[in-house]
Design a protein around this ligand. Structure first.
Ligand code: GLC
Length: 562
């Protein structure tokens, strides 16, 4: 059923309208056999257009079929500028008292540039004597804030942020005498107000000031994901269609689609290039980056215009998505059956017939994983490279794998099963662990370089991060298991406000406020709000979730939960 606002014949559409307009929310039967190649040659379809926005799939239209209502929903908040959260006024029940407090704190963290809100600072912690760089707007930290504002019908700040960071991308970026890739997006930026001269200036950090001097690989991906969320939530296609946004996307994609010596479709990364921005042994092919990469590719596919430049990128993206989904679903996936297979692996196999392709030596499987692995459930492991499998479980990568449909529906429910089976380990008393388990003793010395901030069960090393609640909630809704999210939110509600919205918690169960945790950490606040709003109105999920693409269906069957 189409609920279209206007009908658009693509043949008649102006060239620069691109195929974004083709992304339809209608289920059009004649599109069943639709192929991208045909579309590229002769865009002949008469389709219906409306203000909502859906992703273009590999076969252009296949996604718009079989989508559930969540996917189709266009959810404008429409309350821009008001202080009262729209979500609580829509409530049929009394909102939790924490919600209003959270909104106040979120608004307090707003950062303005020349009178316009452009982001939120990482933490508004007056009590902390050490500010470090927590007074900056971090790209990744702003994502939950942005979603909260979008869900509340306040898209302007998100648009300002997207445009401001796009400008920063245009800066020349250097570390010492080395120039970074053009498309790199900053980890963070800071607005400097000069009250005397009444001027505002911006300084940005692309990794040249960051501890460890690592560039944030996730920033560009989050930027693309947020651009789609903005477009989907507002129905405003014009922002993504501007030449500047199109170019920004292409520059980010150039960085990660370039050809080199790679033998895998995954993206090779330095340690500390993501949310875990210190040495934690995630160098190589970390799940967090691969899942964000996959999601950003799929979001780009929906937003790139099919002009001469865009078309080339779309083709490259499609090839990469095919290879990436196959690689991830086959080699990163683990469950009881798969673990048992690896445990029995032969080694030193040569040639195409090899089963143990990366020559993983079974002796390198850590003891903990045998106990941790339930009979029911599974997950994407932390990293796979030659003779190295990092069996650690990482929250962000697994949740984003669900949201982007990198995980097959079976894998997605297996990940949720794991949450239920290993609740104490992964959720404990404060949702949720950034990774499991912690690295200790000698291994901690070698892997972290003796990092005192990342001691066992603290910070990035098995600490519990409230911000991840929004990702867990989104994954729960997508897999039809909202009760899991409800349970986690209740845990958070019992402490977060009282504890002053800490950045992270420490300990095996996440019972202790983190050793060096900031208070009033913005993404802890925003993450809670987003989780609440999504549970209340699940149609919000559409802005941050992509349905499965039939073109990416797995070719091989490996085990029960595959
Ligand atoms: C820490 C976190 C990083 C976050 C930043 C600002 O460096 O590791 O993920 O973006 O703080 O909150």
């Amino acid at each position: 059923m189409c609920h279209a606002a206007e009908e658009l014949n693509i043949m008649d559409a102006p060239k620069e309208a691109g195929l974004l307009n083709v992304s339809s929310v209608c289920s059009i039967p004649e599109m069943d056999d639709f192929e991208l190649t045909k579309l590229l040659d002769k865009p002949r379809l008469t389709i219906k257009r409306e203000r909502s926005f859906d992703e273009r799939s590999l076969s252009e239209m296949s996604l718009s079929r079989g989508l559930d209502n969540l996917e189709l929903a266009y959810s404008p908040g429409g309350r821009s500028g008001l202080n009262t959260p729209a979500s609580s006024t829509r409530n049929s029940f009394e909102p939790h008292p924490m919600v209003a407090e959270a909104w106040d704190s979120l608004r307090r963290s707003l950062v303005h540039f020349r009178g316009q809100p452009v982001g939120t600072i990482a933490a508004y912690d007056h009590a902390s004597e050490e500010v470090l760089n927590y007074d900056q707007v971090f790209v990744r930290d702003f994502v939950p804030s942005a979603l909260a504002f979008l869900m509340n019908g306040e898209p302007d700040i998100v648009k300002n942020f997207l445009l401001k960071t796009l400008q920063l991308q245009g800066w020349e970026k250097r570390i010492d005498r080395f120039k970074l890739g053009e498309g790199a997006m900053p980890a963070s930026f800071k607005v400097l107000h000069d009250p005397e001269r009444k001027t505002d200036t911006i300084v940005a950090d692309f990794g040249e000031s960051a501890i460890g001097r690592v560039a944030p690989v996730d920033s560009g991906f989050w930027w693309i994901i947020l651009l789609r969320a903005y477009t989907k939530s507002t129905g405003d296609l014009t922002l993504a269609e501007t030449p500047d946004c199109q170019k920004g996307m292409r520059l980010i994609l150039t960085l990660c689609l370039s050809e080199g010596f790679d033998t895998f479709p995954t993206l090779l990364c330095a340690d500390g290039c993501s949310m875990i921005d210190r040495r934690m042994g995630i160098y190589g092919y970390p799940i967090e980056i691969q899942a964000l990469f996959f999601m950003a590719l799929r979001c780009s596919l929906a937003m790139l215009k099919l002009d001469a430049e865009g078309k080339e990128f779309v083709e490259r993206i499609m090839k990469r998505l095919h290879a990436l989904s196959f690689h991830m679903r086959s080699y990163f996936w683990i469950d009881f059956q798969q673990l048992n297979d690896i445990y029995r692996y032969k080694t030193e196999e040569y040639s195409h017939t090899a089963v143990n392709k990366f020559n993983v030596i079974p002796d390198s499987i850590p003891d903990w994983v045998f106990d941790f692995m339930p009979t029911r459930g599974g997950y994407f492991i932390g990293n796979v490279s030659p003779a190295r499998m990092d069996f650690r479980w990482f929250a962000l990568g697994n949740c984003v794998a669900i949201l982007s449909s990198l995980a097959t529906p079976e894998q997605a429910s297996a990940i949720m099963d794991l949450f239920e089976e290993r609740w104490e380990e992964l959720v404990g008393e404060m949702p949720i662990k950034i990774c499991y388990p912690a690295i200790e003793s000698h291994e901690w010395r070698i892997v972290t370089g003796c990092d005192p901030k990342n001691t066992r069960w603290s910070y990035h090393n098995g600490g519990s991060w409230p911000v991840l609640l929004w990702l867990l909630t989104a994954a729960c809704i997508k897999t039809g298991r909202p009760q899991i999210a409800r349970r986690a939110i209740e845990l958070a509600e019992s402490r977060l406000l009282k504890d002053g919205w800490p950045e992270y918690y420490d300990g095996k169960l996440g019972r202790y406020i983190g050793k060096q945790a900031r208070k009033y950490q913005t993404w802890s606040i925003a993450g809670y709000l987003v989780a609440k709003m999504m549970l209340e109105d699940p149609s919000h999920l559409g802005m941050i979730s992509l349905e499965e693409d039939r073109q990416l269906k797995p070719i091989i069957k490996r085990s029960a939960s595959f």
